[in-house]
Design a protein around this ligand. Structure first.
Ligand SMILES: [Zn+2]
Length: 225
């Protein structure tokens, strides 16, 4: 096993989190960034620029899920993925989701700085519409990726202003992409890990700064240091 000495720059990550928080429909400290609003489109461009600067290859699917890939030496192997979301409910905190996106990018950059070359590709994901604000469905992007929300169901969706999913997708510049191409095949990724802030009181009550949670089997382990 190759041991790497990884370093990150917390101040640089904080600067990026603060810059990303500027793309908001409401004044600081809260962040409001609704799917496909001007702020969301600008924030997506900001993330794209950072990914391009790190030499990642970007793909965007028909619903705006973004995939920024660091190509491994064996591109036939399923990739290892990380990521989260940047959409934000009205007056959300600036760290919700964004830590998982910018933190994932920071992890890739830390690996790149060591000269490490991964065998599996490593992919940063930005999930479309993790928040239910616009269409009333949480985790919309990842549901479609997993095949639990279908294109037929998508095109029936409307936002509260009466605009259809297709109208809004078209306005976001995605109409030429096929909704049937969004779902990923089983086994598409070798592994996925998401860094996310706690949104409940349990870790705070336990004075635990960091925990690891596995989904299957469901387990939570506190990491004290
Ligand atoms: Zn979140």
């Amino acid at each position: 096993m190759q041991l790497l000495s990884l370093t990150i720059d917390p101040a640089a990550i904080q600067t990026q989190l603060d810059e990303l928080a500027e793309f908001s429909a409401t004044p600081a400290p809260g962040v409001t960034r609704i799917l496909w609003s001007d702020e969301d489109i600008q924030a997506r461009s900001y993330i794209r620029r950072l990914c391009y600067a790190s030499g990642l290859t970007i793909r965007e699917d028909a619903i705006g899920n973004l995939f920024a890939r660091w190509h491994g030496s064996d591109p036939t192997l399923p990739a290892v993925a990380t990521g989260s979301h940047i959409d934000a409910i009205p007056n959300a905190g600036r760290y919700d989701g964004t830590v998982g996106v910018l933190g994932g990018l920071a992890a890739i950059q830390a690996l790149q700085r060591t000269g490490f070359q991964p065998r599996r590709s490593i992919e940063l994901l930005l999930f479309t519409s993790e928040e239910p604000t616009r269409f009333g469905i949480g985790c919309l992007g990842s549901r479609v990726l997993a095949g639990t929300l279908t294109p037929a169901q998508l095109i029936k969706l409307h936002d509260k202003a009466g605009s259809s999913f297709e109208e809004l997708r078209t306005a976001a510049g995605l109409a030429h992409r096929d909704l049937n191409d969004v779902q990923l095949a089983m086994g598409h990724y070798a592994a996925f890990v998401e860094l996310h802030i706690e949104q409940g009181p349990l870790l705070e009550r336990a004075a635990c700064p960091l925990a690891l949670c596995s989904i299957s089997p469901h387990r939570v382990a506190c990491v004290s240091n």
